[in-house]
Design a protein around this ligand. Structure first.
Ligand code: GLP
Length: 248
């Protein structure tokens, strides 16, 4: 695993964006696995700036997002499709028909999950998968549990995730209780995984993910088995790993 320790959120964002940009420049028709949450916002902002400066193009890039809330349509302000449009898709030269997310309104969610896995496979898999991390070690919406779930699936969000996401909604009752998420099998099949973390509140989750046992109780811990993980964090988020003596 390669670790980049950056001074703060802005430096972490710039480094994360640089690694994504390198992939896009190296392979202009790459498949990027993208993530939502507050962590990648700064990286997307940087990518937008670089694209607008003409340093890179998303013209032949395809994207597949990790997850989507169940019950929220693409025009709902808190849907992940909307998030991606506002933070990246509408501001760069990507083709909208090359941007994929699970359909949160699918009448048959199980069929939607199968469709999504088949889609990722038909694209030849993901070249670079960007991940944030939940406070409980979740990736995408793979919540702590008793087993790792390979395929895309419908998930009941945990109380801690609902509370963490409540800040984006007017009322806590409006936070969706379910989501459709890529499973850890699809995430692990990405050729490279890029994990971005920021803030002291993530330090314990990061420590448990990379220094503790591999267990479905900490879904991100499965990444220890991936052969090409790049971890980019600010000093605060990496403090737990530093205490373990992994690096200075
Ligand atoms: C949500 C998303 C995850 C994300 C996590 C952390 O649960 N499904 O993909 O990593 O939030 O979000 P933040 O970056 O805002 O801490």
């Amino acid at each position: 695993m390669r670790i980049y320790q950056e001074a703060d959120y802005d430096a972490m964002s710039r480094r994360t964006a640089a690694i994504i940009a390198a992939e896009v420049i190296r392979k202009p028709d790459c498949v990027l696995g993208l993530a939502t949450g507050s962590t990648p916002v700064g990286s997307y902002r940087q990518l937008v700036a670089w694209q607008q400066e003409g340093l890179l193009s998303f013209g032949t890039v395809t994207t597949v997002n990790l997850d989507e809330y169940r019950g929220l349509g693409p025009d709902h302000e808190q849907s992940y499709r909307h998030f991606m449009r506002v933070n990246l898709f509408d501001q760069v030269d990507i083709r909208p028909d090359r941007t994929y997310l699970p359909d949160g309104l699918a009448a048959d969610p199980e069929a939607e999950c199968r469709r999504y896995d088949a889609l990722v496979e038909s694209l030849g898999g993901t070249d670079l998968q960007l991940l944030g991390m939940g406070h409980n070690g979740h990736i995408g919406f793979n919540e702590p549990g008793t087993a790792f779930i390979r395929e895309t699936h419908v998930v009941d969000l945990t109380r801690s995730t609902i509370e963490a996401n409540a800040r984006f909604f007017q009322k806590k009752e409006e936070v969706p209780r379910q989501a459709i998420t890529m499973g850890v099998g699809t995430i692990m099949s990405a050729r490279r995984v890029l994990v971005a973390v920021s803030g002291a509140d993530k330090a314990e989750a990061v420590r448990r993910a990379f220094c503790g046992p591999i267990t479905p109780e900490v879904p991100a811990s499965i990444l220890q088995l991936h052969r090409d993980v790049v971890l980019v964090g600010d000093v605060a988020a990496l403090s737990g790993m530093r205490e373990e003596g992994v690096f200075q």
